[in-house]
Design a protein around this ligand. Sequence first.
Ligand SMILES: *[C@@H]1O[C@H](CO)[C@@H](O)[C@H](O)[C@H]1NC(C)=O
Ligand SMILES: *[C@@H]1O[C@H](CO)[C@@H](O)[C@H](O)[C@H]1NC(C)=O
Length: 187
Amino acid sequence: MKFLHLISLVAVATTCNALSVPSDGHVHRRSACTSRSVVSTSSVAVGDKTVEVATLSCDDPVTTRDEPANALRDLSDVCDNICTNVCNFDGGVLPPITSDCAIIIDAITILNGSVTDDFSVDPGEMKQLTYGTCRYYFENLSPWTLTYCWTALSQVGSAAGSACFPPTQPNYSEGLCSPADGSWAVG
Ligand SMILES: *[C@@H]1O[C@H](CO)[C@@H](O)[C@H](O)[C@H]1NC(C)=O
Ligand SMILES: *[C@@H]1O[C@H](CO)[C@@H](O)[C@H](O)[C@H]1NC(C)=O
């Protein structure tokens, strides 16, 4: 039984790795940004804990991007768009601690209820919430401003974590979800 269990674990890991190279041939654009700057920060209090909220820009020179068709510019709300989970292994970085991630979920619920139920991210920028070992983010890899919903960040980000972290996967440091065109990522 132990042997069979190992086989199934390897099969799952292989599937996950295969997903890092999208079948449409797009290079996964997330890795294109090597250096980021903080645009703005704020924080959300969850009881006596503080979740950091930051907007980051990409410092890298702008590389060639697909120019969107005009019609696509109107499709800036991507809350309900389909994406595929990808697991990333970052040598030495352990999966986040579940209780840290739970604090971020509480912060997302607070933001969802107190300001608006969505947020906008400019081209090339990333909005992230960080607590302890855990980080949730929405990254805009498209050339136009995108809107995303707090509920989707909570649900899609958590689902990517479930697919990539223990007990499902022992080894990955990041789980993210990205659409086929690679125009954004939720992690
Ligand atoms: C956000 O608020 C809506 C209702 O306003 C609710 O249905 C949804 O579950 C909330 N999402 C989160 C993550 O709290
Ligand atoms: C974890 O990752 C390392 C490096 O890729 C690999 O050698 C090791 O077998 C992995 N362990 C498990 C349990 O998947």
